[in-house]
Design a protein around this ligand. Structure first.
Ligand SMILES: [Zn+2]
Length: 218
């Protein structure tokens, strides 16, 4: 059993807090979903850049993804590296005039979320878009980073952080459709709108293409 805990949530009103807490419970349910965990073992991706510590990066495997996610291994927990089986979320609502969603700036474990998007999902009860956003950013907190495309222009949407975030949201959407219990039809759509396009207002950490040469294959 993997726990998900909203450790801190800065700048949130009481109503925003309660939506954040219920979203955290949904996210906990989703990361423990046998279908999600089953597909995670073999989901294909193009690159998987992982910083196990502050000294070097590696190309991580599916086993690494499973180990880090099920172990709740935030980057800052390393080098002690002892899994506590708990995904810790530290969130802050941060306005952004340029319409940027937010992100996590490695190695700061804080996940920043633009209240414009937060309130949109809160009002639509689209907990899945928020859960997907927080999970995606937590993967960055855990030490996974995005890769550029070969040409060095724009993100590679086939990299592991994108693929695993999408997988989680897709499995939850499949489940919601099976249950059909008053599910908003656009549940989770906000996540895909923000993370699936070249104009994505997500500002997650992207590696400089030149630094990719330093990646150690294994
Ligand atoms: Zn990202």
């Amino acid at each position: 059993m993997i726990k998900v805990t909203l450790q801190s949530f800065e700048n949130a009103t009481q109503g925003q807090q309660s939506f954040g807490l219920s979203t955290t419970r949904y996210l906990e349910d989703m990361v423990n979903d046998p279908t999600f965990l089953g597909r995670l073992i073999s989901v294909p991706y193009t690159r998987n850049i992982y910083f196990p510590n502050d000294k070097y990066q590696i190309e991580a495997t599916n086993d690494d993804l499973v180990r880090v996610i099920t172990g709740g291994l935030e980057w800052r927990a390393i080098p002690s590296g002892v899994p506590d089986n708990e995904i810790d979320l530290q969130v802050k609502l941060v306005p952004n005039e340029d319409g940027i969603l937010g992100g996590a700036d490695h190695p700061d474990p804080t996940i920043k979320t633009n209240p414009v998007y937060y309130n949109r999902w809160y009002e639509a009860n689209d907990w899945l878009s928020l859960a997907g956003h927080w999970f995606h950013e937590w993967l960055h907190v855990a030490g996974f980073q995005h890769a550029y495309r070969e040409a060095g222009v724009g993100p590679d949407f086939g990299d592991a952080v994108y693929v695993v975030g999408n997988l989680l949201v897709e499995v939850a959407r499949e489940r919601a459709e099976v249950q059909k219990s008053g599910v908003p039809s656009r549940l989770g759509q906000g996540y895909f709108d923000l993370y699936h396009s070249d104009e994505s207002p997500h500002n997650g950490p992207f590696l400089d293409p030149n630094s990719m040469a330093r990646a150690v294959a294994r």
